[in-house]
Design a protein around this ligand. Structure first.
Ligand SMILES: [Zn+2]
Length: 143
């Protein structure tokens, strides 16, 4: 039995969010209700899953696999380009954030929301990746 709170979260989800957000919440979702990720196209499912698991090919993650890759953000001076940084913090992506993410984005309302928002989050990631590739190409042409 779950009590709906003012933000639309059940007590169960609050417990999961208070624990480890990206490990416990998927288990909670499968136990509590259907996960909207299942209604997405395969391509969007992969993007959302990777973002949830922090296994998207961003520099901080790539640095752990291949130390020759610097962990810094492509867009700003942040020392670590993580999924959290790109989704919620990087000031260079504020325009994409305003277009595709909720007004006050967090892990819950961007990665565990309804299918429409998950699709928008996937589009945010695709647009960011495209912009990131252009930054890499531009940086490479200076040499
Ligand atoms: Zn940044």
């Amino acid at each position: 039995m779950f009590v709906m709170l003012s933000r639309g979260l059940s007590r169960c989800h609050d417990v999961c969010l208070a624990a480890t957000m990206f490990v416990s919440l998927p288990r909670c979702l499968s136990r509590c209700h259907k996960d909207s990720i299942n209604s997405l196209e395969r391509r969007d499912q992969v993007i959302i899953f990777r973002l949830r698991a922090h296994h998207a090919p961003v520099n901080a993650h790539l640095n752990r696999i291949q130390p020759m890759t610097f962990p810094v953000c492509h867009f700003c001076d942040a020392p670590y380009e993580t999924t959290t940084h790109l989704l919620f913090q990087c000031t260079s992506l504020q325009d994409l954030r305003e277009e595709y993410l909720p007004p006050r984005p967090d892990a819950w309302n961007t990665l565990y929301s309804n299918s429409q928002q998950l699709k928008k989050t996937s589009t945010f990631y695709s647009q960011m990746s495209s912009r990131r590739a252009k930054v890499q190409t531009t940086a490479g042409s200076d040499e």
